[in-house]
Write a protein that binds this ligand. Sequence first.
Ligand code: IPE
Ligand code: IPE
Ligand code: MG
Length: 241
Amino acid sequence: MITIDPNKLPEHVAIIMDGNGRWAKKRSINRVRGHQQGAETVREIVRTSREMGLSWLTLYAFSEENWKRPQREIGALMKLLKRFLKGELEEMQENGIRLQSIGRIEKLPEDTRKVLFDVMDQTASNKDMVLTLALSYGGRQEILDATRKIGAEIEKGNISADEISEQLISNSLYSEEMPDPELLIRTSGEYRVSNFLLWQIAYTEIYITPTLWPDFSKDEYLEAIQDFQKRKRRFGGTKEE
Ligand code: IPE
Ligand code: IPE
Ligand code: MG
């Protein structure tokens, strides 16, 4: 039995959804079919998160480095994203889910961007959960973009260098109000963070599972949350905080 303590829920869960290609390879089918199946997992995990009462869910959907992939795969992913957004809008509205995105969104193809902005606009006043899609996202690029933003403020004379604080850096990232994740999940068994939320995961608990993303189930998600609830977080101190 998987039992979740509703009083010890993480406020923010972030997920590196990896393993779609390997899932397809195992079945000798096209990688794109793996991404399609992965999109089904996304639906299930978003739904479960909302049912659980999570406030923030962030999904790594496309990295800045993923632009290096073959044009065909990129095209298929963009098309899939568009279809996913259109298909999820109604359920997001019913469940009070607000969609936002982080990353260099301006690099996405125009038609994908249009659907993305449309769904973000339509869900903007929803209050129950924030679903953040990391698209064309890189953690280093995010820190770089924040640094440029702060630099511009200094140039304009609005702030001085010694006024730069951790808080100011946090607030200059792509999503100003997003709290740091308490739990980071990575599927497909790779022990790396692949340029995801570098600044924000300073004290995040990490859960890595060998399960490939298309096979990641609701039960395994709940297990990850349960595992998190047993951890003792010390933040460098001696006592649990
Ligand atoms: C994750 O699956 C999805 C994206 C990065 C878009 P992959 O496509 O990376 O799958 P593997 O790692 O090749 O199995
Ligand atoms: C990380 O997966 C990016 C996403 C899940 C979108 P990758 O498959 O791109 O990462 P690496 O190449 O294994 O580090
Ligand atoms: Mg991968």
